[in-house]
Design a protein around this ligand. Structure first.
Ligand SMILES: *Cc1c(COP(=O)(O)O)cnc(C)c1O
Length: 364
C-alpha cells in the first residue's frame, strides 16, 4: 500500500494534464505565460479574495507576505511551534523575531489563549496554520488581531478548500498563503505557491517583489527576489482545480470511515473537528497510546504511516534562541501523532484493511 499515490491521480486525469502540458510547450511561454494570470484569477474567485499572486512555493508566499506587510527587525511574529518549518522560517527571513506559542492538544491548531498571552508592544503579526487541513479558530484569532492591531498571515498550505463558518481559509487574514507542493491537496508537478489578499497595495507589491522588484524589465524599484510560479505548473494546476472539491469530498468520506471504524478502538484518539470547521483532511492524524508500536505493527502489514512532525520548531537547532512560552503540548504531540493514508484514490478495501489492522494491533 502507498501512503500517497500521485500516479493513480495522474491516470485518472491524464487527458487534461497531457493537454495542458503540451499547450505550454507549444507556446514556449515558460515564464509568466498566460496560465499564471488565469490561475490567479481562478484561485482568487475560489478562495473569495480580490487578488491572488502566484509564487514559486508556499514558503516564499509566506516570506513575501511578511515582507509586503512591512515586518522587519524587532517586530515580533507569533507562530505555533507544532507545524512545518516554513511557517517560522518566513518570519526569520523577513527579519522578524519569532515568538513560539503552543497549540490545542485536540485540534493540533494554535491556541488563541496562548496567542493572547504572548502579545507584547512589539507584536506585529500572527501566522495561524490550518494544520492537517482543519481551519484554526478564525473567530478568536481575528478578534485578537483586531484588538491589538496585528497582521494575520494565514498559513493555508495544507488547507485549500477548507472553510471556517462557511468562509474559505485564505480569505480571513491580510494574506492567505497556499502551497502547491506535489503532495498537497492541490499539487503541482514541482514547486508552486500562491498568496490571496483583498489589499490592492499588497497585491501590487507582491507582483513586483517576485520579479526582482521590477516595475518593468531591468528597472528595479525595491529589493525583491526571483519567485515566480512556472507557467507549466500553473497549467497543470488549472487542469486540476476543477477536481479539487470532489477530491476534498472523497478525503472527508475516508475520514468518516476512519472515524466510524476507529471510534471504539482501544487506546486510539481520533481527530477532533470543531463545529464551525470544514476540514479537508490533508492528513488524518490519530493519537495512539502506543504510537511507535502501532506504527511498526502497521508496517508489518504493509500499511505506511507518517509522523508529522517528529520535532517541534522551538526545539530545532536553528530556532532554539527564539522566544517561547509554555510549549508542553507541542512537545508531547510530537511523540503522539500518527498520520494514516488519506487521498482521493485510496479505495474502500484499503481503508477497511487499515482499520482492521489498527483494531487488531490494539488488542495485542
Ligand atoms: C507545505 C507547507 C509549507 C510550505 O510550502 P512549500 O510549497 O513546500 O514551500 C508551509 N507551511 C505548511 C504548514 C506546509 O505544510
Amino acid at each position: 500500500m502507498k501512503f500517497l499515490d500521485l500516479e493513480a491521480q495522474y491516470q485518472s486525469i491524464k487527458k487534461d494534464i497531457d493537454k495542458a502540458i503540451t499547450e505550454v510547450i507549444h507556446t514556449s511561454s515558460f515564464v509568466m505565460g498566460k496560465q499564471v494570470a488565469e490561475l490567479e484569477e481562478q484561485i482568487a474567485a475560489y478562495v473569495g479574495t480580490k487578488y491572488a499572486v502566484g509564487f514559486n512555493s508556499g514558503s516564499d508566499a509566506l516570506t513575501a507576505s511578511l515582507i509586503a506587510l512591512g515586518i522587519t527587525k524587532d517586530d515580533e511574529v507569533i507562530v505555533p511551534s507544532f507545524t512545518y518549518i516554513a511557517t517560522a522560517e518566513a518570519a526569520a527571513i523577513a527579519g522578524g523575531k519569532i515568538v513560539f506559542v503552543d497549540v490545542d492538544k485536540d485540534t493540533f491548531n494554535v491556541d488563541p489563549t496562548e496567542i493572547k498571552k504572548a502579545i507584547t508592544p512589539n507584536t506585529k503579526a500572527i501566522i495561524p496554520v490550518h494544520l492537517y487541513g482543519q481551519p484554526a479558530n478564525m473567530d478568536e484569532i481575528m478578534a485578537i488581531a483586531k484588538d491589538h492591531k496585528l497582521y494575520v498571515i494565514e498559513d493555508a498550505a495544507q488547507a485549500i478548500g477548507a472553510e471556517w463558518d462557511g468562509q474559505k481559509v485564505g480569505s480571513f487574514g491580510d494574506t492567505g498563503c497556499f502551497s502547491f507542493f506535489p503532495t498537497k491537496n492541490l499539487g503541482a508537478y514541482g514547486d508552486g505557491g500562491m498568496i490571496t489578499t483583498d489589499n490592492k497595495d499588497v497585491a501590487e507589491f507582491l507582483k513586483q517583489w517576485r520579479i526582482h522588484g521590477q516595475s518593468k524589465k531591468y528597472y528595479t524599484d525595491f529589493v525583491g527576489a526571483s519567485s515566480r510560479l512556472d507557467t507549466m505548473q500553473a497549467a497543470i494546476l488549472l487542469a486540476k482545480l476543477p477536481y479539487l472539491d470532489r477530491w476534498n469530498d472523497q478525503r472527508r468520506e475516508t475520514a468518516k470511515q476512519y472515524n466510524t471504524g476507529l471510534k471504539n478502538a482501544i487506546d486510539i484518539t481520533i481527530p477532533l473537528v470543531l463545529p464551525k470547521a470544514k476540514h479537508v483532511y490533508h492528513q488524518y492524524t490519530i493519537k495512539p497510546k502506543y504510537r511507535d508500536e502501532l506504527k511498526k505493527s502497521l508496517a508489518e502489514n504493509d500499511i505506511p504511516s507518517m509522523i508529522y512532525y517528529p520535532k517541534p520548531l522551538h526545539q530545532q537547532r536553528a530556532y532554539v534562541a527564539a522566544l517561547k512560552h509554555q510549549l508542553n503540548r507541542s512537545d508531547k504531540l510530537c511523540n503522539q501523532v500518527l498520520s494514516l493514508p488519506i487521498y482521493p484514490e485510496l479505495n474502500k478495501f484499503h481503508i477497511t484493511q487499515i482499520i482492521t489492522s489498527i483494531n487488531n494491533a490494539a488488542k495485542k
